[in-house]
Design a protein around this ligand. Sequence first.
Ligand code: GDP
Length: 198
Amino acid sequence: LNYHTARFLTSSPTLEQCPPDAGAEVAFAGRSNAGKSSAINALTQQKALARTSRTPGRTQLINFFTVAGDADRRLVDLPGYGYAKVPEKVKLEWQRHLSDYLRARRSLRGVVLMMDVRHPLTEFDQMMLGWADEQDMPVRILLTKADKLKPGAARGALQQVRHRLQEWEDLVSVQLFSALKRQGVDEAAAQLDAWLLD
Ligand code: GDP
């Protein structure tokens, strides 16, 4: 699929207001600042399709994008997670929304989980992996900002994450990614194709 054809479809504050649960979609998740927006923009070759909300506590929306003008093939930008200043109550609400979405959304084919290559497998990441596992939901982990490490160190980080997720290797795959250097873009797009064209 040509991901540069991605176009904004709609924003939804709740699950109930999501577009019809038909066709196929792939969701992007990550701790805030993990590089999720940059990854979506690199994959779709657009400068500002996904925008980071820099304002803590702002209403968190689920953003839907169509691919190739087809409302039955969607990319979904899930709310970033983990602003330090957000009250516990709001955090718990996001957690509930995310887990509800993973549980309820029948058209969801896979989750792309962004992790900073220098700080992988945060508490949030492990929570997401746990929910995905409960649903037998495939996950592709992008170890983002790979350009921040020397190639050898980046490969080392990749091996380490793979090793730690060994027991989930049927569901979870891991790759290096850099939006800045456009590293791993084709590999990630191939995974999206596999999910959306299935
Ligand atoms: P989000 O909060 O997960 O959407 O993260 P952003 O995409 O906004 O990125 C967070 C910060 O990391 C920004 O300052 C980006 O410029 C930076 N960043 C994102 N991707 C890369 C990358 O591939 N390489 C480098 N060096 N910086 C990146």
